[in-house]
Design a protein around this ligand. Structure first.
Ligand SMILES: [Zn+2]
Ligand SMILES: [Zn+2]
Length: 346
């Protein structure tokens, strides 16, 4: 049989233009790389920002987006030792880090200045195959459905790390601002940590989903003031900001009790919020930025899921539906995550 030399991929040629589904050359692994046959790839809002060139640092062009890829290793480079053909792996946003800088050496490869991001500076997982650095993929336990593993690869690890950064303890009240792909997992990690959870969103259906997933309280910020409602509960020990609106960040700040921690995760297009210095100082507030998570964090996320402690809410789409899927996500018309199921074919 003739070897496959091309693959189907969704490609960005020009920012803000629709993605093109086309045949592109299938990658070959370098010595530290692997080639993975993609089974499932989640749609993260970052992919839309990448395709639109929304952020100050622009991605490469042409670009294959996607950084929630899960698939089976098909080829391994000559220096790869801990991953073998046939393994199921997840390919996250942190596609490569130098491994030797101060950040990498202290467990913070997510801060490495030489890092390369999947679906941004490296071609991503909206394709039949992806090239990845073996050290930065994560093995997926056999018991996890690849369609569920995909959203865990960014939405899961990002919110799990954010919860860790919040320092949440079992007696804490944790407020989750924004219930969607990230928020529905964030609230479950807060529950796993033993906390009491209040979920805040603008859409009743999402709040209903939050309650089904274990949220103790919900607030619709369209019809009630989340700051007042959370203060009635004693104020939040930690708030996780997942909504792409500076106003929601300000509400999260104001909903904290003294000594509370606000974790920034979402990246609103409007980059600034009002942060009062006086209240921050007098109330001893901690503000923390949290970006994705390490391969170890991701392994822990899979471990929790394999143990049945989390649920992933998703709907599948064909890769050919990528442009309509972007529109659905932009209109917030999907419950949590969309996942491109490569088995659905063209
Ligand atoms: Zn992401
Ligand atoms: Zn580094």
């Amino acid at each position: 049989m003739k070897p496959v030399t091309t693959m189907r991929a969704a490609v960005v040629h020009e920012f803000k233009a629709p993605l093109q589904i086309e045949e592109v050359p299938k990658p070959e692994p370098g010595s530290e790389q692997i080639v993975v046959k993609i089974e499932a790839s989640g749609l993260c809002h970052t992919d839309i920002h990448a395709a639109h060139g929304d952020w100050p640092v622009k991605p490469k062009l042409p670009l294959i987006p996607g950084h929630e890829g899960v698939g089976i290793v098909e080829m391994v480079g000559s220096d790869v030792t801990d991953i073998k053909e046939g393994d199921r792996v997840a390919i996250p946003w942190l596609g490569y880090a130098c491994g030797s800088c101060e950040y990498c050496m202290t467990g913070w490869p997510t801060l490495c200045e030489k890092q390369l991001n999947t679906g941004y500076f490296l071609d991503g997982t909206y394709a039949e195959y992806v090239l990845a650095y073996a050290k930065y993929v994560c093995k997926v336990p056999a018991s996890i459905n690849p369609l569920e593993a995909a959203p865990l690869t960014c939405a899961g690890v990002t919110t799990y790390k954010a919860l860790k950064m919040s320092g949440t303890r079992p007696s804490d009240l944790v407020a989750i601002f924004g219930i969607g792909g990230l928020g529905h997992l964030a609230l479950q990690y807060a529950k796993v940590a033993g906390a009491t959870v209040v979920a805040v969103d603008l859409v009743d259906e999402k709040l209903q989903m939050a309650r089904q997933l274990g949220a103790d309280y919900t607030v619709n910020a369209r019809t009630a003031n989340p700051v007042e409602e959370i203060k009635k509960l004693g104020g939040a020990d930690a708030a996780i900001s997942l909504a792409v609106s500076p106003r929601a960040f300000e509400q999260a700040f104001n909903a904290l009790r003294r000594g509370g921690t606000l974790v920034f995760v979402a990246l609103p297009a409007d980059n600034y919020m009002q942060l009062p210095i006086f209240e921050t100082v007098l109330n001893g507030i901690k503000i923390v930025g949290s970006i994705v998570g390490t391969p170890i964090d991701l392994a822990e996320v899979f471990e929790l899921h394999a143990a049945g402690k989390t649920k992933v809410i998703y709907e599948t789409r064909k890769l050919e539906q990528v442009n309509e899927s972007f529109e659905e996500v932009e209109k917030a018309a999907v419950p949590a995550r969309l996942v491109f199921d490569m088995a659905l074919g063209s």
